[in-house]
Each structure stands twice: as structure tokens, then as C-alpha cells.
Ligand binder design. Sequence first.
Ligand code: SF4
Length: 459
Amino acid sequence: MCLKKKKDTCTDSTVDAALSEAARLLAHAPQNRMRKERELVIHRETLASLADRLASEPADVPYCLNLQISPEQKNMVALMRAYRTCVEKGVLQNRKVRWTGPAKLLRYIGTAAGKIFTGPRMVQINIANRCNLDCIFCWVHSPFAPPAPGEWKRTRITMPVFRQTVTGLGRIGTGGILFSGQGEPFTHPQIDDMISLVKQEDIRLEIQTNLHLVDVEKVAALGVDKLHVNLSAASEETYREVHPAEKPGSFKRLRQKLDALQEMRVKGRHAPEVEFIHVIHTRNYHEIPRMIELAADYDASGIFLKMMETNDHVLHLLPAEADRESMAERLKEAENLASRHGVNANFSGFGYQLSHVDDTGEFSAGLYDRIGCYMGWFFVRVNLDGNVSFCCKDKFLDRVTPSRSLSDIWHSVRYHHFRLIAKDMDFKKGKGFLDAKCRRCSNFNQNMTIHAILAGENA
Ligand code: SF4
């Protein structure tokens, strides 16, 4: 019980003195007065030196450490190594520890400690099922798939569900929101209102889109921060092969929109940054090097290569073993081009998919038994009906309702239970949750990176 709280604030120059003073006071405090809680606020302290200091003190001293990780503490690997040292030395045990600092760091500390200190890094919201395109690799809109029922296609998120999802997310420290879905977000007639609501929450907004329905002037004026533009081609010819219903000139019109966005940036106006998504399959992998050149042409912030996800209708588009050898060659060529043009691309993640994918499209089997899944601390997805999923797959655990917001769910006991199960990959407790979908996990690369950082390794 805390009878009285005294607060010391330490800065760079005084941190050593403050720690020594705290240690002296605590060491000499009579046992019957040990209920006094001392709060030590530490700025710019590295956990490594803190661990050494605290290791020399009795572990059961009941004081409260208020650890403020400074925004300058950018080296997460060093931070996590120091945290592990603290845990190994047992110096955080039996002490109240309150962590504050940049959300990015708190997410890692929280994951290691099994606690939630801040909001998700990304909230993905599915906006609409309808799409204006017919990408051949798409599970639902591909001409190879049976036509989806009209009622399903017309389903989109309602404004009450959207409002209840977004409200309060800024306050809990959410890093960003991504509009996405099984259809094109810009088919939703209220998308402008939804963009404005996100910006009122003061949260970064990214939108996954095929760009055709985007009014680039309007999205810039509304303050959209990033567009993930799914092209899955780098030429008119391949674009039309991947989108068979498109008329000639369709790819050229997209390039005009990209030109307009680039011109805004050149003139110093706000324009959303652009990243290209390329879903790779047999009909487009030959263009991987050209995809890099296209990104360089438009000064894109990066390209994201993703092996297509399969179901029975589109499995024939999955590159077979011979194709995969040829793809590896293209990938090497693309890496050279990317380093020449300074283009960011997820080569290591895509390379992992390429070397692990089997003939059914599975590529992450066995990975999570070894490393666990950390998405519960970093990510959450809300479907257009308000159902809340743990990750990109349909792993629904809860639902946004008029009396239950997404931020309530994020902090709920139930959600936390699944976070812990997934982290430890406890398949017994997580029955029905950790399942075959984990063998084709869209978040595998993030999980691998987080796992390495938590282990104090360079990702
Ligand atoms: S598919 Fe499985 S392993 Fe991947 S993020 Fe979802 S729960 Fe985690």
C-alpha cells in the first residue's frame, strides 16, 4: 500500500545521483516504514545500467519504478537486451514498474512483460466487399472463382460500427489505421466521412487500394498519409492480363494519377506517400525487376512483394517448382536494381516465402511452433460487420457493439488471454484459434522481426 508518494525526476546529468540516493534511502529505511513508496522517474536511462544498480539492492524493496524510455532510445535491440538482463537478474520482481515512453518501444516491452502498455501499431478496418476490378488471383472477385452472392457484394461497414471502432483509438496510443478489405475501400460512398473521423482522432491513415476510384486531390486534402497501391503488374500488357475486364488504357490512367501525386510532392504540397503492392503468381513474376523500376519512377516509399494466397479456384496460378527457380533469378536481378535506384522492398520476407512455399501454397508451417505469434500486441483487424480478428486471417474473438468499442476490446481480459496463448503458441489452450491458417500466415515476416528483437538479436 502506498501511504505517501514522493517523486524524483532525474535527467541525464542527475540520473546516477538520483539512483544512488534512492538506493541509499531504501537501504536505510526501517522495515516498519517500508510501505512508503518511492517513485523514481528516469529519463534517458539505459536499462543496462539500471539493471546493475538495482541488482545490488534487496529485491523485495517495494518501490515504484517509473521508467520513461526516451524518444532518443531508438535501438530496440539494445533496449530488449537490457530488459532481458533486468529479468535475468530479477531486479524488476516485486516492484511496481510503470513504463512510459514512445509507443513503439512500449509495445516491445509490453510483449516481453506479457502486459499491454499502449495501443496497437496498426488497426486494419475492412470497409467494403464490392470491388471494381477482377484480379485473377483474388479469392472472390477472380473470373476463376464462382460469382459471389449479390447480397455479400453489397455488404459494407456502417457508420455506427465504424465510429465505434475508431473512437478512442488515438487516446490509447494507436500507431495507425489501414483501410482494407475483400473489396475496394473507395467503393464505399461514405469513405470521405470515414477518413475525416480518423483524422479527427489524430491517427495516421493508410489505405489499400487499386487507385482507380481515387480522387488524388481529395485524398491529399483530407490528409490521407499513405496509399498502398495494388498493381501486381509493371506494364499495360501484364496489367490487362491480371485484370482481364479492364479496357485498354487502364494502366495509363493509373500512371496519370501517380504522376499527379508526384507533382504535388514536387511542389511541396501534402500528398500521400505511395507503396506498390505486387501479388506474385505465374502471370506476373517475370516483371519483378520492372516493378522495381516503376517504384523508382514514382519515388515510391517501397514495394511489397507477396506470394499469392491460394484456394481451389486460383491454385493453378501458384508458381510451380520450375517457376520458383526462375523467380529466384528475377529476384536477384531486382535486388541489384533496387540497390542501384534506392528502392525499399521486402526482399527477405518474399525470399522466405519463395524458399518455403509448397505446391499447396503453404509456407509458414512449423514457424510458429518455434517462434510464437506476437500479433496480439501489434495488430488488430475489424471486419465490416464489427467482428474483431486477432490477425489478417479470420480469427474472430470479439465484436464491436454500441456498448463495446475496439479500445475496450483491446484492453479486455478475453483479448489478452489470446495474446498470451499465441505468444507461447499454446495449441492446447488455443484450440480452434491457432489452426491450419497459421501455415500461410500473412504476418509471418512481422512475427519473425519482432521475435528477433525480443530475443535481443538484430532483425
Ligand atoms: S495466422 Fe496464426 S500465426 Fe499468423 S498472425 Fe494469425 S494467429 Fe498468428
